[in-house]
Design a protein around this ligand. Structure first.
Ligand code: UDP
Ligand code: MG
Length: 314
């Protein structure tokens, strides 16, 4: 039986040595299994690729795919899923925040046969900026309420799954990818393994606040049509309101005549309604832009360099 580890790396030269050693150590304790270490170099500008090539030279288990530019972690994971050959597949960050030492325990749970995947969730977020934790928590709550998939708070992308589940993920070939939503959407039985947050071994987080905000918008738009509903409900609300307002104005004019007054309130109403309209148009635009991207069917990643024989390009 073979376990494939998919490891997306973007400028990870500082964390790779620690990770590689840690994986070698775990692999030694799991003699039953063959390993495939599938590193995805997501257009790194540092020595990541060079280091991967060095590892690959001395270690047959090491495979790498190197992208022509930075396509983002989602594309890197997808490339990994498309190219992993193991009977079991795990996604793992390069910075040791997804501790490789959890693998034996995860494998044991899968071997029990009751679950198709073992996912991990952080029960703490220490070491992370407070403001980031606050928004992350809020996002998971919101997602749980408005989308068709349930996302556990603190859920990581770090999970081990069976081949059947991986094939299902590969079949979800949407361009706007949000893996946590995809994992939830395809179903299967998942065991949630809690663990304490671990800080990055080296280097810095590759996600800026804006990158995360954009990513969370992708998640919401990809897995929920609640924003569209909000747009139509606010449309209905304002239509209703304007009918009442018209009646009031009409009756008032009949009863008290029509002295020309009240332009400040008129301006206020015009501004408010124009604002709501633009807001709703914006929501619509978000969905349309996603449709536009999907319809172009551009490749999700471009591989420039690899030591794998038959690479799958999608
Ligand atoms: N990553 C990537 N492409 C990107 C950003 C990140 O492949 O554009 C990888 C990164 O190398 C790491 C993982 O995704 O292995 C998680 O990134 P990071 O640790 O920076 O995120 P955080 O843990 O802070 O959420
Ligand atoms: Mg990290």
């Amino acid at each position: 039986m073979k376990i494939s580890l998919i490891i997306p790396c973007y400028n990870e030269e500082e964390s790779l040595p620690a990770l590689y050693t840690a994986i070698q150590d775990v692999a030694k304790t799991m003699k039953k299994y063959e390993f495939e270490l599938l590193f995805i170099d997501d257009g790194s500008k540092d020595n990541t690729l060079k280091m991967l090539k060095e590892y690959a030279e001395s270690d047959k288990r090491v495979k790498y795919l190197s992208f022509s530019r930075n396509f983002g972690k989602e594309s890197a994971m997808y490339a990994g899923f498309c190219n992993a050959t193991g009977d079991f597949v795990a996604v793992m960050d390069a910075d040791m925040q997804d501790p490789p030492s959890l693998l034996p325990q995860m494998m044991e749970i899968i071997e029990g046969g009751e679950y198709d995947s073992v996912a991990t969730r952080r029960v703490t977020r220490q070491g992370e900026p407070k403001i980031r934790s606050f928004f992350a928590r809020g996002f998971y709550k919101l997602m749980g309420k408005i989308s068709d998939v349930d996302i556990v708070d603190g859920a990581r992308d770090f999970r081990l799954m069976t081949r059947a589940m991986v094939d299902a993920i590969v079949s979800m070939n949407e361009v706007n990818r949000f893996s946590k939503g995809i994992f939830g959407w395809i179903g299967f039985r998942t065991y949630w393994l809690p663990y304490e947050n671990v800080e990055r071994v080296a280097g810095e987080s590759k996600w800026s606040f804006w990158k995360l905000l954009k990513y969370s918008m992708d998640g919401i738009i990809g897995f929920s049509d609640t924003p569209l509903k909000i747009a139509s409900w606010s449309g209905i609300f304002f239509t209703f309101l304007s009918v009442i307002a018209m009646l009031v104005v009409f009756i008032k004019a009949l009863a008290f005549g029509d002295p020309v007054a009240g332009w400040p309130s008129t301006i206020c109403i015009i501004l408010l309604v124009a604002g709501v309209q633009l807001f709703c148009l914006g929501i619509m635009g978000q969905y349309i832009s996603k449709i536009f991207r999907e319809s172009k069917r551009r490749p999700q990643y471009i591989i420039k360099d690899t030591n794998k024989k038959d690479v799958v390009r999608k």
